[in-house]
Write a protein that binds this ligand. Sequence first.
Ligand SMILES: Nc1nc2c(c(=O)[nH]1)N[C@H]1C(S)=C(S)[C@@H](COP(=O)(O)O)O[C@H]1N2
Ligand SMILES: [Mo]
Length: 301
Amino acid sequence: MKKIRYSEITPEKIYINRRSFIKSIGIGAGSIAVTSLPFTNSALSKEDDKHTSFKDITTYNNYYEFGTSKSDPYIKSQNFKTNPWNISIEGEVDNPIKISMEEISETLVSEERVLRLRCVEGWSMVIPWMGFSLSKLLSKVTLTSKAKFVKFESVYDPDQMKGQRYPVLNWPYKEGLRIDEAMHPLTTVVTGLYNKKLPNQNGAPLRIFVPWKYGFKSAKAIVKIELVEKMPTSSWMWASPREYGFYSNVNPNVNHPRWSQATERVIGNNIFAPRVKTLMFNGYGEEVANLYAGMDLKKFF
Ligand SMILES: Nc1nc2c(c(=O)[nH]1)N[C@H]1C(S)=C(S)[C@@H](COP(=O)(O)O)O[C@H]1N2
Ligand SMILES: [Mo]
């Protein structure tokens, strides 16, 4: 059977249930070598059926620009101005561009993608995000042969973001991916959740989401995407290189120096409910493990 490369798959909608997705594009499971699809994992399927509530995903947030407690983003981001908004795509490209949010919404269709978020702090959520593959946005530029990594920058606006008046991180918030990670179809540009426009506290108007990595890799309120030759230093690597590496793949076998990563608390569950086992690559191993073939993931954490 013909193998399908993920660049050939352009899903209208990515379903949490792999089989229904495969049926919808009319191919058998055996033909998929590397796919863009979320998984159905028996260990997590019960949990995955249960989406985290809209209330939890919009009131329990990490967004240090608005403060370091979980309720700060919800309370303090409500008047944040997200219009007009432009994103520059620059660096190792033949044709740097500055693109407006309007142009992005007019040219790239957002679809529902139910994907898991696993925070390095040891909690997780399953959210129906709205978005599209980052590769589609990057296809608006032509990469040079030196484009080996992608660097993301969140907005810097201490007038509106009071958390940026404190040197908790090296503002603006910076993140990075290897180019093959950035081009993987599961790497998502998020524009909404629960079929609504993205709330400010979740990174409006546009954020990145990398479901097999710890939540902090998924930078919010992006204004700059730079293609670079050298591995960028993320804000978390800058803050604590011993604790936060460049890769930050969800990995139950590599503990944070101060706590275990073997299990997680499912947000929305009863507080007495047992923690669940954390899965390698947050359960997306079938889709992404090949990106790290032969790498020592204890060394490249
Ligand atoms: N710009 C920016 N992006 C950020 C953060 C942040 O503080 N600033 N926090 C990260 C962390 S630690 C997590 S777990 C997720 C949380 O996303 P959510 O609030 O939408 O659940 O956003 C990530 N993106
Ligand atoms: Mo996080």
